[in-house]
Design a protein around this ligand. Structure first.
Ligand code: GDP
Ligand code: IMO
Ligand code: MG
Length: 423
């Protein structure tokens, strides 16, 4: 399978977890390299539903190794809970199949409190974050005042640093009029989680390079999506990490020339959760999908905003990530429609745009230009091969690939592992 970076080509929730789980069969190692437990990846295997937040989706295949790289921000208490939950679902999680970077930064309760306070303060202009403390945690990392897994492994040092950080952050929280953080309680809870996590902590860079040398194949599991990228997304309505392909290198210590392929995952339509511009948003599709019980967030349960497939966005995602192949998920979500729209361009005043404008205010003013494709109005969830799909569905998928400028390699027609078509 070679070393593959899998990225979300839209605004997150593209079905990355499902595709990772499917591709893990061919890989040796699955690596998470950015984001935190803002991510929610739903995978259904044999009728059992698993929701992964920090642990790579590869964990569902017991013989594969999972790595959480240096670029991830980790809430140790949350990851411990996630491990316990997976074990409760009879999934093996041990030091033989999970390694966590000692350089990964910690998400602390003051990060969550600040995330919440900043959102409240913004009022209508809020980002609509997951309130997991992701922005403040990456902020501390950039400001060089973050605490890392390596600190947590040294209790005396950790407590000393934490006390100082709590003091500083409590002053900020006080200015917001928010409740202060209790150092003692956090210190106890985190040291306890640290003790439980100790067997998993190590130097992931050295591990991955040894694996590369041994010819083992690595799958990099993206979290969030291209338009939530801190640099390339719809700033400021973004997350705080590099969700695009480059993030897999910086977030793991695996250099660019060791990467062989980039796979972009996208839905057959578009969704977005949280605030921010979304040119192809459409109330009818939202109502239809929500009516089917679909498109509610796996992390926060919020209803996702839904719209038509946006080829302008995906074309740009292809550029930034260097997407070679695409996996299109949720094709079955469009099964009932008589006609389906695809946005091929934006109009901004008199201009016709092939790629999204960088400024969010301009993007908000963009009018999508659509082409219409005939629908298939036939259930697709039982299709096993590409030729089982209705001709119009095949044409729709080919059109998406053509507009994306990449090769269609996977089509997904249901949430289960076996509802995956290799094209
Ligand atoms: P991720 O964050 O990119 O891993 O995506 P999520 O798991 O948050 O959201 C994708 C949702 O779509 C989940 O509920 C999946 O179970 C579901 N899903 C993925 N692929 C398909 C598909 O082809 N058809 C259907 N019906 N559901 C799918
Ligand atoms: P997965 O990995 C969809 C969104 C939030 C918000 C913005 C910033 O499941 O695709 P944050 O908490 O990161 O500071 O929130 O980013 N967001 C996601 N949307 N899927 C995700 O992850 C997301 N992670 C964050 O809704 O708009
Ligand atoms: Mg998700």
């Amino acid at each position: 399978m070679a070393n593959t970076i899998l990225v979300g080509a839209q605004w997150g929730d593209e079905g990355k977890g499902k595709i990772i789980d499917f591709l893990t069969e061919e890989a040796d190692i699955v690596v998470r390299s950015q984001g935190g437990n803002n991510a929610g990846h739903t995978v259904i295997v044999g009728g059992t539903k698993y929701v992964l937040h920090l642990i790579p989706s590869g964990i569902l295949r017991s013989k594969k190794m999972c790595v959480i790289g240096n670029g991830v921000v980790i809430d140790p208490v949350a990851v411990q809970k996630e491990i316990d939950g997976l074990r409760g679902q009879k999934i093996k999680v041990s030091k033989d199949n999970l390694l966590i970077s000692d350089c990964a930064h910690l998400v602390l309760p003051y990060h969550r409190a600040l995330d919440e306070q900043r959102e409240m303060k913004k009022g209508k202009g809020k980002i609509g974050t997951t309130k997991r403390g992701i922005g403040p945690a990456y902020g501390d990392k950039a400001a060089r005042v973050g605490l890392r897994m390596a600190d947590l492994m040294q209790p005396a040092l950790f407590s000393e640093k934490l006390e100082q950080r709590v003091k500083e952050n409590n002053a900020v929280l006080k200015a917001f009029g928010a409740k202060p953080i209790n150092f003692k309680a956090v210190n106890t809870a985190y040291l306890e989680a640290g003790k439980a996590l100790a067997p998993f902590i190590g130097n992931t860079v050295v591990y991955l390079h040894a694996a590369l040398k041994a010819g083992r194949e690595i799958l990099f599991e993206g979290a969030q999506g291209t338009f939530l990228d801190i640099d390339h997304g719809t700033y400021p309505y973004v997350t705080s990490s590099n969700t695009t392909a480059g993030g897999a290198c910086t977030g793991s210590g695996v250099p660019p020339h060791r990467m062989d392929r980039v796979l972009g995952v996208m839905k057959a339509y578009t969704t977005r959760v949280g605030e921010g511009p979304f040119p192809t948003e459409n109330a009818e599709i939202s109502d239809m999908l929500h009516g089917m019980g679909r498109e509610f967030g796996s992390t926060t349960g919020r209803a996702r905003r839904c719209g038509w497939f946006d080829a302008v966005a995906v074309r740009y995602a292809g550029m930034i990530n260097g997407i070679d192949d695409i996996a299109v998920t949720n094709l079955d979500g469009l099964d009932s429609l008589p006609t389906i729209k695809i946005c091929t361009h934006y109009k901004l005043g008199r201009q016709t745009l092939e790629v999204p404008p960088s400024d969010f205010a301009q993007l908000t003013n963009c009018q999508p230009v659509y082409i219409e494709m005939p629908g298939w109005q036939t259930p697709t969830h039982e299709a096993k091969k590409f030729s089982d799909l209705p001709k119009t569905a095949q044409t729709y998928l080919r059109k998406i690939a053509e507009l994306s400028g990449a090769k269609l390699t996977i089509a997904s027609v249901g949430p289960n592992r076996d509802q995956t078509i290799v094209v």
